[in-house]
Design a protein around this ligand. Structure first.
Ligand code: 5GP
Length: 296
């Protein structure tokens, strides 16, 4: 091969490798499903997807290390070195079935709901998690309340007006929603939660008790966590100490807190919030799915 052609061929090989790496990364991050990548490979034999080794596609899936990928390849009757585009008809059928079952079955991520009485420190624990465990996917709620100083649109909440919130309810876009403290409305947008769970990753919701009950009804597999104050006196101290609400508002929140404390029996896990770091660690540990995605 002449020198120029060789250089061009090696550039083409590098760019093909880069394109395949991008495909793997998209599957790893959950932006693309492995099934859709395989279908693209079979629709277009010249695509980067087509050149991707089946082993590499499998290893981009959550919870599938090299050993497990080898045994899956073995079960599917696919040789280690096979690329997606090189699979025979029967191998395609088997791989398609496997990826379909994985996408809809037992490899879903876990939905963990953090609730508890008002002022117990749910917000502090979730902020701690947001800051110290950036790999944890915290659902961003929509709310009709105004932003507090320092709160960022799309990070802490999506701040919306009443009409927008009504529209989201009408279109069935909420996994759950509630009016909290008889004041503003808060809701969990359903599509991002669904997409994340289907990709095998876990999601954390920090919501009120009414919302937690709706999630239990809609998704019985969800893990419901109740954050407890070290004592009632401590809860009162934290509520008054925050100083962001009027005294009428404080009284209303205390009343809500009392009713909410009585609901702890409905929850799967109880965590005492006497130390934010430890409480956060315990919540994060619950997001790991045995046999599925590794710890977030
Ligand atoms: P804050 O206004 O202090 O941010 O939140 C007030 C309350 O609303 C907290 O108890 C918080 O857990 C709850 N909350 C936040 N987002 C949601 C949500 O999407 N759904 C429900 N049901 N409650 C939420």
């Amino acid at each position: 091969m002449p020198e120029v052609d060789r250089a061009a061929a090696s550039r083409a090989a590098v760019s093909a490798r880069r394109a395949r790496a991008a495909v793997k990364e998209a599957v790893r991050s959950g932006t693309r499903s492995a099934l859709e990548v395989a279908e693209t490979a079979w629709d277009d034999p010249g695509s980067p997807e087509s050149g991707l080794r089946v082993r590499e596609l499998l290893q981009a899936l959550r919870g599938l290390g090299p050993a497990r990928a080898s045994s899956v390849l073995d079960e599917l009757g696919i040789a280690e070195v096979k690329r997606l585009g090189g699979l025979g008809a029967r191998q395609r059928v088997r791989l398609r079935e496997y990826l379909r079952a994985r996408g809809s079955g037992g490899f879903r991520g876990r939905l963990v709901v953090l609730a508890g009485p008002t002022a117990v420190g749910k917000g502090t624990v979730s902020s701690y998690i947001r800051e110290h465990y950036p790999e944890v996917l915290l659902s961003v709620s929509a709310t009709t309340r105004a932003p507090r100083p320092g709160e960022i649109e799309g990070v802490h909440y999506f701040f919306v007006d009443d009409d927008t919130f009504d529209g989201m309810i009408d279109r069935g876009e909420f996994l759950e929603w509630a009016t909290v403290h008889n004041q503003s409305r808060y809701g969990t947008p359903r599509p991002p939660v669904e997409a994340t769970l289907s990709s095998g990753r876990s999601v954390l919701l920090e919501i009120d008790l009414q919302g937690a009950r709706q999630v239990r009804a809609a998704m019985p597999d969800a893990v419901l966590v109740f954050l407890l104050p070290p004592s009632w006196d401590e809860l009162v101290r934290r509520l008054v100490g925050r100083g962001t609400e009027s005294s009428a508002e404080q009284a209303r929140r205390l009343e809500t807190a009392q009713v909410e404390l009585e609901a702890q029996g409905e929850f799967d896990v109880h965590i005492v919030n006497d130390d934010v770091r430890r409480a956060a660690r315990e919540v994060v540990d619950l997001l790991a799915v045995p046999g599925g995605a590794p710890r977030p």
